[in-house]
Design a protein around this ligand. Structure first.
Ligand code: HEM
Length: 408
């Protein structure tokens, strides 16, 4: 009812204003400001005001009072991290509502209620919320991670399970993982400076993880941190993460009216995504396609992408889906495991955890067994201050750690 009232007020106002605009020059000629844009904004503000009041009278959960157009966005800013949400739950209870512009965000913090949302009613809440930027990075859901929970998701998940998410894969590759980890220990041992000055360990672990995942995916690896292909791959992926997880585009995402101002940002995303997918395709996927074609019937599937290409040849998915699986693994597998290594912890409810946990456990134990790890000379302790993104909390300044070899 309130919704209807706000709509009719909106239309009455807009009609009145459209009638007034031609007379604007005569009626308000004594004022020096341009009135037409202001007049056009009035009905919108009134609409949003009545709209938000009418929403409060329904059965929506409680929450902080919101203002028209912006909702609660100005109150929470770009600081939507778990600590702020936990402190708000103290005030508003285990289910509360935040309005972020035109979007309603229900925050559930009680474990039983969270179980209801994630399990009992999992089908309704199964899809991840998409936004304008994720639509670009997933080709409108042609991938697996951000696609709508349904038939396409099920098919992609099934196709990805065999080459990535089984115990067999863990057994098949664990020797290779250990080889890559031993190379890290070897590099740390041979570098004298690492004992005193320390190194940003993330960089070496990043090369290790890329090699682990790219060997599993493409049977390919990078020579060193200076390998031009490695530099390009990491640049593409970190720019993708920066653009997708930045808070910079929230204004256009939360307030559709402001979306035209986002065009420059969205074009940067589109440009990056097309160059990035071309990079994966030209340097990795196409190479495997050629090897498979040359071997013909005799080809022995020897890495994950062979399985995926095979699914494409059987007509289950298309070439775009193949590329988006590569895109998903680059983001979901590599950066996440790297962040977790820096924290030395892991989250659950992810199919890739079957690989991530043994990889994490192995590398952490190899480092602990071989080195005394401490803050570099002149520093009291390792800096572990946090930095929040849209989806994760990571270490703000990649830690410099000194590695003193343990002589057995
Ligand atoms: C320690 C490292 C990792 C962490 C902390 C992590 C964390 C997560 C989280 C929190 C989710 C969302 C789960 C949900 O929505 O219920 C997720 C989903 C996902 N992860 Fe991981 N992950 C890690 C490693 C990996 C690895 C190694 C792979 C691949 C080999 C992977 C592939 C995926 C995929 C494909 C999804 C989407 C699943 C779906 O939509 O069905 N992850 N991960």
């Amino acid at each position: 009812m309130g919704h209807l009232a706000s709509k009719s007020i909106f239309y009455t106002l807009i009609t009145t204003i459209l009638i007034l605009i031609p007379f604007n020059k005569f009626l308000f000629s004594h004022l020096s400001i341009p009135l037409t844009p202001i007049l056009l904004l009035v009905p919108l503000i009134v609409y949003y005001f009545f709209h938000s009041i009418s929403n409060h009278s329904t059965t929506l959960p409680p929450g902080p009072l919101s203002i028209p157009i912006f909702g609660n966005w100005l109150q929470v800013g770009n600081d939507l991290n778990h600590r702020l949400l936990a402190s708000m739950a103290q005030t508003y209870g285990p289910v509360f509502l935040l309005k972020l512009g035109s979007k309603n965000l229900a925050v559930v913090s009680n474990p039983e209620l969270a179980n209801q949302v994630l399990h009992t009613q999992g089908v309704e809440f199964g899809s991840r919320p998409r936004n304008v930027v994720f639509d670009i990075f997933t080709g409108n859901g042609q991938d697996m991670v951000f696609t709508i929970y349904g038939d396409h998701w099920r098919k992609m998940r099934r196709i990805m399970t065999l080459p990535f998410f089984t115990n067999k894969v863990v057994h098949q590759y664990s020797d290779m993982w250990e080889d890559e980890m031993d190379l890290v220990v070897h590099d740390l041992n041979k570098n004298e400076e690492v004992r005193t000055k320390g190194i940003v360990i993330r960089k070496r672990l990043q090369l290790m993880l890329y090699n682990i995942m790219y060997r599993m995916m493409f049977d390919a690896k990078f020579e060193s941190q200076e390998d031009p292909l490695f530099i390009e791959a990491t640049k593409f992926n970190s720019e993708r993460s920066r653009l997708a997880q930045s808070f910079d585009y929230n204004y256009g995402d939360f307030i559709p009216l402001l979306r035209p101002f986002l065009n420059g940002y969205l074009n940067r995303c589109r440009d990056l995504q097309s160059r990035r997918l071309a990079f994966f395709n030209n340097y990795f996927v196409e190479k495997r396609r050629k090897i498979m074609a040359a071997n013909g019937e005799k080809h022995k599937i020897s890495c994950a992408i062979d399985h995926i290409i095979d699914a494409q040849m059987k007509g289950e998915i298309n070439a775009e889906n193949v590329l988006y699986i590569v895109e998903n693994i680059n983001v979901a597998a590599i950066e996440t495991t790297l962040w977790s290594m820096e924290w030395a912890i892991a989250e659950r409810s992810c199919p890739g955890i079957i690989l991530a946990l043994p990889i994490l456990g192995l590398i952490i134990s190899k480092l602990v067994c071989n080195f005394e790890m401490r803050a570099p000379l002149g520093m009291e302790k390792i800096d572990v201050s946090e930095k929040g993104g849209q989806f994760s909390l990571h270490i703000a300044n990649h830690s410099t750690v000194a590695f003193e070899p343990i002589i057995a």
